[in-house]
Ligand binder design. Structure first.
Ligand SMILES: *[C@@H]1O[C@H](CO)[C@@H](O)[C@H](O)[C@H]1NC(C)=O
Ligand SMILES: *[C@@H]1O[C@H](CO)[C@@H](O)[C@H](O)[C@H]1NC(C)=O
Ligand SMILES: *[C@@H]1O[C@H](CO)[C@@H](O)[C@H](O)[C@H]1NC(C)=O
Length: 335
């Protein structure tokens, strides 16, 4: 459906190119018509108490599938223990317990929430004032379908420990890859990493871009009062943009977003070697904060931390900045 729409929308541009610019006589000027983008209209807006409303977001309280040293609390526990609440200014806080002393190797209370609704495409705009960071931490803002990895996973914000860069990753079932040439389509601050998106056996690396702009992750993100991550998911591509607080485009602030005006994305995953439509479906948006585990634990000393991950988790004073401070998340669909 979408690709047919895309094809039809492309036709006027192609014919314009064939017949020359409408501004007569300026043969060497580029056609002064920007590509027509889809018009996006808002489908869902999550802010304040929406994140704590069980009809909109649910708390995941099973064991962490990534083997982190966390107890994910259910909604009642998370609220009563002060780990999920709305501040007076409307900001939603999702936090790790920073007041309980544990013994080394014990799990610390934390939160993981996901939308009750699932999505098959869209433009997703997430505005955070601050994100969790520090030794042992592994925060993520991501989306995932059921029957992992068959319906795919899109990681928009992710990193561990004292990282100063944001990693954007896809995880899929077989036959999905990216290509080095995609670096031509992304911001100069972005590097491409592993190209194979498919998880197989114990290899769950995924295909990834890294944004080396230190404002995109952790302490550097928080120093600027955060910013906006926007990602556009169509059957042709998944694109991610990052805007630091003072660079957020006015069409986002005005709730009339037009990605065609945003410039080069931080990540572009396209369908040259991956059928996006068949690898990604029924995604719920997810926010979590885990500790140690498969990535943060394994990378503990190589990402700037000393001692052990277990000892770090035991000391509550390491978790004062282990919190998502959420302004809003909005979902738009093309009309
Ligand atoms: C977007 O909306 C405008 C105004 O309603 C319309 O003229 C234009 O054709 C629409 N563009 C697309 C791609 O649908
Ligand atoms: C790259 O990162 C630097 C340092 O944060 C920033 O000043 C610059 O605007 C970024 N460039 C792009 C294209 O985002
Ligand atoms: C936990 O972290 C919050 C936010 O940084 C801080 O206001 C609070 O004082 C901390 N609690 C303790 C017991 O240190």
């Amino acid at each position: 459906m979408f690709s047919l729409q895309f094809f039809l929308l492309s036709l006027p541009l192609l014919s314009l190119a064939g017949h020359g610019s409408p501004s007569f006589g300026h043969k060497h000027r580029r056609v002064p018509v920007k590509p027509r983008s889809a018009n996006y209209t808002i489908e869902d807006s999550y802010q304040g108490n929406d994140f704590l409303d069980s009809s909109k977001w649910t708390f995941f309280s099973d064991a962490d599938p990534t083997h982190g040293l966390v107890n994910y609390l259910d909604a009642d526990d998370a609220k009563s223990k002060g780990l999920a609440y709305v501040q007076g200014d409307g900001t939603t806080i999702l936090a790790v317990d920073n007041y309980t002393t544990l013994s080394s190797g014990q799990s610390r209370n934390s939160v993981r929430i996901a939308t009750t609704k699932s999505y098959n495409s869209g433009l997703f705009i997430a505005d955070f004032w601050a994100m969790p960071h520090g030794c042992s931490l592994w925060p993520a803002y991501w989306s995932v379908g059921p029957n992992w990895p068959n319906q795919g996973e899109i990681d928009i914000i992710e990193g561990v420990n004292l990282n100063t860069v944001n990693q954007m990753t896809l995880h899929t079932s077989a036959d999905c890859a990216m290509q080095n040439s995609l670096t031509e389509l992304v911001s100069g601050n972005t590097t491409i990493g592993n190209l194979n998106c498919a998880s197989s056996g114990s290899d769950n690396t995924g295909c990834a871009f890294t944004d080396t702009d230190s404002r995109s992750y952790g302490h550097g993100f928080n120093l600027q009062a955060g910013g906006v991550f926007a990602h556009e998911w169509t059957s042709n591509a998944i694109k991610i943009w990052f805007f630091s607080r003072n660079e957020i485009p006015s069409d986002i602030t005005n709730k009339n977003p037009d990605p065609s005006t945003w410039g080069t994305p931080s990540a572009v995953f396209n369908n040259d070697a991956c059928d996006i439509a068949s690898h990604f479906s029924e995604h719920t948006l997810t926010l979590d904060i885990t500790l140690c585990g498969d990535w943060s634990g394994a990378a503990f000393s190589s990402s700037g931390c000393s001692g052990t991950c277990q000892d770090t988790v035991a000391d509550p004073s390491n978790f004062d900045s282990a919190r998502w401070e959420i302004n809003y998340i909005e979902v738009y669909q093309s009309s």
